[in-house]
Ligand binder design. Structure first.
Ligand SMILES: *Cc1c(COP(=O)(O)O)cnc(C)c1O
Length: 369
């Protein structure tokens, strides 16, 4: 690959394909697969990821908000798109672009029915979300009768699927809680089907759910982080390949004398002769201040260079005293062989957060295959 020349998030679509095939290998061949592409496909490139997944015949996409679904439709994506957390103010636009809402409360159901009636819809596909223990969004188990009543005599919408979300699918210590959630969901599904007169398909598992509770795959699963190369455990990370690599270059080298300081607030004070490299990457690009002062490090020519001093808005300084490097040399922040999960751990956070934090200012490049 040519020199990157500036801070770049490199996206490896063959890694995406590998991860998709790996996750599918855990499932029955007939189980549908929904690719979660919210938040710019976990900070990567939503359109590029969705186009690749569509070419691999993925069954569904999910985004969080209507605006994200619009970007996919504008890019020519025709696969069904579930909107996990649509706001009523966007319901009309949602229908105009054939996006499918998650309806999670009587209030939301009522408002959606109104918009669907106004827009003269018939059997518009919707997905009903049930809360089984996460206590975030969703109808309760005892709302089933009420839902059926609300839909009685209404032809504007049709429940295409019902779903729920596990609270701790990655945590083996919460197995009993997860299994209870699964059992509750099955009860809800049985109760609803008996009253509805038709059978919506069901889904409950996220990435860690696919790995730890494949018996609860129902008719579809929803995966995000696994597709992007992370499995919420060191063991699973070995089977997956990071899709996004954040790279930058060295802008300038500085010789620091004993007693001198580096960066804002003079946060790093040198106890000897050191060399620092200044990189064009800062908290405005998504590497937050919590990575500063020796917590996070980058990789230059295969060696770790810790961040010294405070993270600035547009720059960080790293210690390269023991690394033979020059201005213009490439720097890996995270990616293949130096995972975003490891980087995130240095600042007490998780891969999800550092990936989705990479701001739109950072150039996205698709790695040539
Ligand atoms: C984000 C999200 C997912 C994807 O979870 P991963 O852990 O990234 O696989 C699945 N379902 C819902 C409801 C979500 O909000």
């Amino acid at each position: 690959m040519d020199k990157i020349g500036e801070t770049t998030l490199e996206i490896d679509l063959s890694a995406l394909e590998h991860n998709f095939k790996y996750l599918k290998s855990k499932l029955h061949p007939e189980t549908k697969f929904l690719a979660v592409v919210k938040a710019f496909a976990y900070g990567s490139d939503m359109v590029a990821i969705a186009q690749k997944m569509e070419s691999l015949d993925v069954d569904y996409f999910a985004v969080a908000y209507v605006k994200e679904g619009l970007l996919l439709r504008e890019a020519g994506i025709t696969t069904p798109i579930l909107v996990l957390h649509p706001q009523p103010v966007n319901f009309s636009e949602l229908i105009d672009h054939c996006l499918e809402p998650s309806l999670y409360s009587s209030n939301i159901l009522k408002q959606f029915l109104e918009v669907a009636r106004h827009k003269k819809q018939n059997d518009y596909p919707v997905h009903v979300k049930f809360n089984t223990g996460l206590n975030r969004l969703g109808f309760w188990e005892n709302d089933v009768d009420h839902i059926v009543q609300q839909l009685d005599g209404r032809s504007e919408i049709k429940i295409k699927s019902i779903f729920s979300h596990l609270a701790a699918s990655e945590d083996p210590l919460e197995k009993e809680f997860s299994q209870n959630q699964i059992a509750t969901f099955e009860k809800i599904s049985t109760a609803l089907n008996s009253k509805l007169g038709y059978v919506p398909f069901r889904h409950m598992l996220n990435t860690s759910g696919i790995i730890n509770y494949p018996e609860a795959q129902f008719e579809m699963v929803r995966s995000g982080i696994g597709l992007y190369g992370y499995g919420n455990s060191a063991e699973e990370d070995k089977n997956l390949k990071p899709v996004a690599s954040l790279k930058t270059i060295i802008s300038q080298l500085h010789k620091i004398e004993p007693g001198e300081t580096v960066g804002y607030n003079r946060a790093f004070a040198s106890d000897g002769h050191r060399v620092t490299a200044t990189l064009p990457l800062g908290h405005a690009d998504g590497v937050g201040r919590q990575y500063g002062n020796g917590k996070g490090s980058v990789v230059i020519h295969g060696k770790k260079a810790p961040i010294v001093g405070n993270v600035c808005m547009d720059m960080i300084m790293v210690d390269v005293t023991d690394i033979n490097c020059k201005e213009g040399d490439e720097v890996l922040v995270f990616g293949a062989n130096s995972s975003a999960e490891e980087f995130a751990t240095t600042a007490n956070t998780i891969s999800y957060e550092i990936l989705t934090a990479i701001s739109q200012r950072v150039k996205r490049v698709i790695k040539p295959q």
